[in-house]
Design a protein around this ligand. Structure first.
Ligand SMILES: Nc1nc2c(c(=O)[nH]1)N[C@H]1C(S)=C(S)[C@@H](COP(=O)(O)O)O[C@H]1N2
Ligand SMILES: [Mo]
Length: 320
């Protein structure tokens, strides 16, 4: 497979690849869904989704090298066609095929609970008023594969400071959109819907924790959790909840979808930890997508230096 560093990637490469796939999907589907996709594109009046994608284009961002790995990034193809997003099916290729039914503009985020400024925020405004950063992070799935992804996003701490949680707020709960029409996978009971996740307040405020709105310098593709998803690089991928419509500050530990579906297998913390195995498989190694040989999984996915202090004194065998 093709591995490139972000600097080597020409905008034209990405745009061309995107246009190609969308046009192909358009031609193959030739259906109402494809027309809906064209109609729902960011720029009204453009009939061909490929052209809309070309315009969607670049997000303004500043590179954050301090928080970026210099490992090779995965290709756009890997990042956008090997996904977990059960709202669109459980196969890795389902989200790329079906997530075009999600309408991401306009997008509202409700902020509620233990917070001084509860409100409905328009995503567009939050983005306009923030400095977007590019950060290249490792993502490690509990299923023992991993990728390196050049995200573009806003540090979650920046948003939280703006929302002003009260002194009672000890946790943050995130909720994905619940709409079985736009997300047909929600018609099946593979998980409880909507998908929910949570972080302890210090984890949410940690400088590595990002709310991504883009990747590879472009608006986030639907299959990666458009228009806004969480990225917590030292935790298993499932903590990084997609297509977020609600952020709630709570005094008590919130429920999480995976913990509800299998408490023995998926704990609240879900820190990447090679010495605590999943009950059905080892967590000591992982396969980087695009590579053949497995590599060793690092404690906290390699972010130990930055995050270990969050868990000092905690038994990580018990709090998995
Ligand atoms: N709403 C929602 N968020 C989700 C999931 C999901 O099924 N639904 N899957 C999670 C899992 S298991 C992983 S590994 C990552 C995958 O993110 P990616 O497709 O951008 O690589 O998304 C996470 N966020
Ligand atoms: Mo995952």
């Amino acid at each position: 497979m093709l591995i490139k560093r972000p600097g080597d990637i020409k905008t034209s490469d990405i745009t061309d690849e995107k246009i190609y796939h969308q046009r192909r999907a358009f031609l193959q589907a030739g259906s109402r869904a494809a027309l809906a996709m064209a109609a729902g594109a960011v720029l009204p009046g453009l009939m061909f989704p490929g052209e809309a994608a070309a315009q969607m284009a670049a997000l303004p961002f500043k590179k954050n090298t301090r928080f970026s790995t210099d490992e090779e990034v995965n290709s756009l193809k890997d990042i956008t066609r090997y996904n977990n997003f059960y709202e669109f099916g459980t196969d890795k290729t389902d989200p790329a095929k079906y997530a075009h039914t999600l309408k991401t503009d306009p997008w509202n985020i409700r902020v509620e609970g233990e917070v001084e400024n509860p409100a409905d925020y328009q995503l567009e405004d939050l983005i306009k008023e923030s400095q977007l950063e590019e950060r290249v992070y490792r993502l490690r799935c509990v299923e023992a594969w991993s990728m390196v992804i050049p995200w573009v996003g806003i540090p979650l701490s920046t948003l939280i400071k703006r929302f002003k949680p009260t002194s009672k707020a000890k946790y943050v709960e995130f909720t994905t959109l619940h709409d079985p029409v736009q997300m047909p996978g929600q018609k099946r009971g593979v998980l409880g819907w909507p998908y929910v996740e949570g972080l302890r307040m210090d984890e949410a405020m940690h400088p590595l924790t990002l709310m991504a709105v883009g990747l590879y310098g472009k608006v986030l593709p639907n299959q990666n959790g458009a228009p806004i998803r969480l990225v917590v690089p030292w935790k298993y991928g499932f903590k990084s909840i997609k297509s977020i419509v609600k952020i709630r500050f709570t005094e008590t530990m919130p429920n999480t979808s995976w913990n509800l579906s299998g408490p023995q297998e998926y704990g609240f913390y879900a820190n990447v930890n090679p010495s605590v195995d999943h009950p059905r498989w080892s967590q000591s190694r992982e396969r980087r997508i695009g590579e053949f040989f497995k590599r060793k999984t690092a404690m906290f996915n390699g972010y130990q230096e930055q995050v270990a202090s969050l868990y000092s004194g905690m038994d990580l065998q018990r709090n998995y």
